[in-house]
Design a protein around this ligand. Structure first.
Ligand code: NOJ
Length: 534
């Protein structure tokens, strides 16, 4: 079970309204008591923060906003002392436009080896005034931006999959791989347990950058794509270290393509966004589970499971939206959050049910900070507060992802709820969050936090949870999912009631339910874990 820490918003120790490394270290007991095995810390390297750290200017240094290298060493040691592994966010697809390599590339001019480390092309049109191709950037607008040449004249264009401040590296250049092998070693030497690899499947583009009917990028991922040799090389770096170092790749590719990255000599884990995309219905969760298990059966890799992250409207809000769930961001697929009204109580009830689905699935569960508190998405941030580059690049038509990145409420009755000593935080916190603080929920056995703590304790005690073999109980009625999780020593049956009426549970010991039983039956929109008698 890996807990995603979004550094800006976890805990602020230096009182500037932005979270930091010392803040994370100060709250590690909370994570230990929650029962996490590892943390994934979002990018905290030197960065102009245009995409909140996903624009790295120095991969071997901590941004002063978050602290120092010495504080990272302290964090690693303090986490390890509590049995918590530490993974960092590696951003290899692009650098910041302030990275020394990119500045050197602009300064060195056309045809230079410095430019070859990125994708520079001459523009179209008589004076090169038109972009070299029609690919669109994920955050909106063209994927090409023009630079001024050293003599000041309008010059070449460079390619960026995301914002203009995030130029893509040219991974066909051996120097790029060599640099990242070295960056990996830099952090592995400091005791880091592994990496989450950003936009991992997109490192190789078609170098001809051919126009496409819809402006989508051509990113070869198949068996013969050079991208796989890159991951084999990075895997060799991991394997040279003792102690089971790992990596999880971020990819929104089709399952067959993802399976290639999970071959035994490539990456151990890949994110699986099937639960992010699934609406709250038996049919959609059944489809998501079947697709995941079928895909991962090919390379025999462990599955990962996730409902929330820093790119996706929080699930309480998604499940509470009347009608079809909308607004999930997954790589390569950016949609505008739905504007249907939200029934937050329903959303929280459903999120409790999905928590027990998530934590029972065989494989690694990823949890995004605040999910264990049932925080809703903050959809009414004032426009002046919005910071996600999507807001600007979409011409103010897409509010972006700030709504799921609001700082965590720890304690107290008013903002900033113990997150910071500063009066104002980098994104404003809703006054209505007083009942959702860690302190308030820790004292309430019925809270979302108590549900997660109990579920994670049971997951450690029962090998069938998270590590069992899954088989469907096929005669379940519509609106019900029933599945057995089996190990050599026990069977836990999971029953998920997506319908509106309570249902009978199979005979056995009820380990946990997401809502109290209703006359001995499983409530509507609830999930139960039942240990079967052998
Ligand atoms: C995926 C990250 O999760 C997202 O936050 C970021 O904006 C893009 N990659 C670009 O790095």
């Amino acid at each position: 079970m890996v807990y995603q820490v979004y550094p800006r918003s976890f805990a602020d120790a230096d009182g500037d309204g932005v979270g930091d490394l010392r803040g994370i270290t100060s709250r590690l007991d909370y994570l230990r008591d929650l029962g996490v095995d590892g943390v994934w810390i979002g990018p905290c390297f030197t960065s102009p923060q245009v995409d909140h750290g996903y624009d790295v200017a120095d991969y071997r240094a901590i941004d002063p906003l978050f602290g120092t290298l010495a504080e990272m060493d302290e964090l690693i040691a303090a986490a390890h002392a509590r049995g918590i592994r530490v993974t960092l966010d590696l951003v290899p697809n692009h650098t910041s436009d302030q990275h020394p390599w990119f500045r050197a590339a602009v300064a060195a001019g056309r045809g230079s080896p410095e430019r070859a480390r990125y994708h520079f092309r001459d523009g179209r049109g008589r004076h090169g005034e038109l972009p070299p191709g029609n690919w669109r950037a994920v955050f909106g607008g063209s994927s090409w931006t023009r630079v001024a040449e050293p003599d000041g004249a309008p010059g070449q264009w460079y390619y960026h999959l995301f914002a203009a401040e995030q130029p893509d590296l040219n991974w066909a250049q051996p120097a790029v791989l060599a640099e990242f092998e070295d960056i990996l070693r830099f952090w592995l030497d400091r005791g880091i347990d592994g990496f989450r690899i950003d936009v991992a499947d997109a490192l190789i583009k078609d170098p001809a950058f051919p126009d496409t009917p819809d402006g989508s990028a051509v990113i070869p991922k198949g068996e013969d794509s050079p991208v796989h040799a890159l991951y084999r090389a990075l895997r060799r770096v991991l394997d040279a270290y003792p102690g089971d170092r790992m990596a999880v790749i971020e990819t929104g590719a089709e399952p067959e393509a993802v399976a290639l990255f999970l071959r035994p000599d490539e990456m151990p884990l890949a994110f699986n966004f099937a639960f992010v995309r699934a609406g709250f219905s038996a049919a959609e969760f059944r489809k998501a589970i079947d697709a995941t298990l079928a895909a991962n059966a090919i390379p025999r890799a462990q599955s990962t499971w996730v409902t929330d992250n820093h790119d996706t409207p929080r699930s309480v809000t998604r499940y509470g939206r009347v009608g079809r769930i909308a607004g999930a961001y997954v790589p390569g697929e950016l949609s505008i959050a739905g504007d249907a009204p939200v029934d937050e109580a329903a959303g929280r009830r459903r999120a409790r049910a999905v928590a027990l689905l998530l934590l029972a699935m065989p494989g690694a569960a990823y949890l995004y900070q605040g999910q264990e508190l049932g925080l809703p998405n903050v959809d009414d941030l004032p426009e002046a507060a919005l910071q996600d580059p999507i807001w600007e690049r979409s011409g103010h038509t897409n509010r972006g992802r700030d709504g799921c990145r609001v700082p965590l409420p720890w304690s107290g009755g008013t903002p900033p709820f113990g997150f910071s000593a500063a009066e104002s935080t980098w994104l404003p916190m809703p006054p209505a969050w007083a009942p959702l603080t860690v302190a308030a929920q820790a004292a309430d056995p019925e809270s979302m936090l108590s549900l997660y703590r109990t579920a994670l304790r049971l997951r450690r005690e029962h090998p069938a949870l998270g590590r069992g073999t899954l088989s469907w109980v096929e005669d379940a009625p519509t609106d019900i999912l029933a599945l057995d999780l089996v190990t050599a020593t026990e069977t836990v049956c999971l029953v998920a009631n997506f319908g509106a009426t309570p249902v009978e549970l199979p005979p056995g010991e009820v380990l946990l339910t997401s809502l109290p039983l209703h006359d001995g039956r499983l409530s509507a929109e609830a999930v139960a874990w039942v240990e079967m008698r052998s």
